[in-house]
Design a protein. Structure first.
Length: 485
């Protein structure tokens, strides 16, 4: 994942929108990945279950990426932009953060002695200490997450080393084995979620290991999973274009042209194709958190992002780095996600500043979309999985998703429709597009995105210069003017 994130970030700053935006695995792809991973055909597998799931995800992601490449480089994205406005984007991005509310605190609350201090420390740094300046920088605001995680991680390490999570007769080296003993069963979850030495990754990971394509084997392709990722790739594209618009304003540039947006989406399709080949399990897209980072750090250098991407590529070769990250306790990770997902919700709703936010039209559309994007998936996720396999509580809804109420003669169609309607962001996007484009409203009220016109920018070439491809590369793409090359 580090390798893919580094490569795709470098590619995007050279060949994509050229805005200073980090690429990475998006939460947009997480829910569909969980639905596919918990499909009925994988639940009862005993041999190489992980590899079978990853190969299925690889195939679906590769198909979705090809669709996204066509969407961008064919110029079709320019047509889709006519339907996408802030009133559509706001609830769609907010739904990404709200989709996992049932995972956040239930997991963080299993170990309150480390999760609550982390949440409190994050809020202190980002809210109460945000204006404190050290060495000319707002250190606590800029480095709130790594600083807070580092402090509480060390605290959790001392708790583990001091025996806070040692229970008489229970194995601390293999916490999952404690479910076999009646006396230890009630302590098993605490040990698994609180200890810093639960993961065996540090002992088993090689010091040097180069990731390579198709490491899980040849991808498998099925229509029912591929169609899910095709639809999700459209959602990811909508998520990204809002980041393009907001980032251009933050760095004092003219908004990108429709062609530049199409070029960026096409390149993200290539990035997702790379993610599929390397088997990350999710697609690659522009991270929504970029906007908060740009606004906080005031750093918008492409060179800095390219250097950061190169460092990620280098770090990906050292297996111990990933193993170190794997030692973060589950409760600690859940606490960080409580903050991160809340930030995504806020960033999504903040796009309403481009509209008349107090308009009853917009309030009803956004409010109804958000509610229905939670309610419809809840209806589809209430069905019992057709398996006797015991699953963790937070995975049951995704396992039930493919067993929903839609019943036709085609099993593949049943699976695809039930799965898609159980994914919050898909429901949010569809409902928001229909309502925003059918309910009358002025451009000012709807806050229609204003994309730069290439003809008007020709009068001021300097305003288009930041979006131009490097000269040594652009000469090869003169045929592709329709998509911004």
């Amino acid at each position: 994942m580090l390798l893919v994130s580094g490569l795709t970030t470098i590619l995007h700053t050279f060949l994509g929108s050229r805005l200073p935006l980090i690429q990475g695995s998006s939460f947009v792809y997480l829910a569909p990945a969980l639905v596919i991973a918990n499909s009925e055909e994988f639940r009862n597998l005993s041999e190489d279950k992980f590899k079978h799931i990853m190969r299925e995800l690889q195939g679906a992601i590769l198909v979705g990426s090809v669709f996204q490449i066509i969407l961008g480089y064919s110029g079709l994205m320019s047509l889709l932009l006519r339907l996408i406005n802030p009133v559509v984007v706001a609830p769609t991005i907010a739904a990404v953060g709200l989709a996992f509310f049932s995972y956040g605190f239930p997991h963080a609350g299993s170990c309150v002695e480390i999760s609550m201090p982390l949440i409190v420390l994050l809020l202190l740094c980002t809210l109460y200490m945000r204006k404190i300046s050290l060495f000319g920088n707002h250190i606590f605001l800029i480095y709130a997450v790594p600083l807070s995680v580092g402090i509480i991680w060390v605290y959790a390490f001392f708790l583990t080393a001091g025996g806070a999570y040692n229970f008489k007769g229970c194995s601390s080296s293999i916490p999952s084995s404690n479910i076999l003993l009646d006396s230890c069963r009630r302590h098993a979850e605490i040990m698994r979620r609180c200890r810093t030495d639960v993961s065996n990754a540090w002992r088993s990971a090689a010091w040097v290991r180069a990731p390579y394509p198709l490491q899980w084997g040849p991808p498998t392709f099925h229509f029912k999973t591929a169609i899910i990722m095709v639809i999700v790739s459209v959602v990811a594209s909508v998520d990204s274009l809002s980041s393009y618009h907001a980032a251009s304003l933050l760095v004092n540039l003219s908004p990108p042209t429709r062609g530049v947006v199409s070029r960026g989406i096409g390149l993200e399709g290539i990035c997702t194709f790379i993610a599929g080949l390397w088997g990350t399990g999710t697609g690659s897209t522009t991270l929504t958190e970029n906007i908060h980072t740009l606004d906080t750090t005031k750093m918008a250098s492409r060179r800095a992002l390219q250097l950061g991407g190169a460092l990620l590529v280098i770090f990906s070769v050292f297996g111990k780095i990933g193993a170190l990250l794997a030692s973060i306790p589950v409760a600690l990770a859940a606490s960080v996600l409580c903050f991160t997902w809340a930030l995504i919700v806020a960033l999504g709703l903040s796009t309403l500043r481009y509209t008349e936010a107090v308009s009853s039209r917009n309030m009803i559309i956004v409010g109804f979309t958000l509610f229905i994007s939670l309610s419809i998936p809840a209806y589809f996720q209430q069905y019992e999985p057709s398996s006797n396999l015991i699953l963790p509580g937070y995975l049951v809804p995704y396992a039930a998703a493919s067993s929903g109420p839609v019943r036709t003669a085609s099993d593949g169609l049943n699976y695809a429709v039930n799965a898609l309607l159980s994914i919050n962001v898909v429901v949010a996007l569809v409902v928001a597009i229909i309502l925003d484009n059918t309910v009358p409203g002025s451009k000012q009220e709807r806050g229609v995105y204003i994309w730069s016109d290439p003809k008007s920018l020709e009068l001021d070439p300097a305003s288009l210069e930041p979006y131009r491809l490097p000269k040594k590369i652009s000469c090869w793409f003169r045929w592709a003017k329709c998509v911004g090359f």
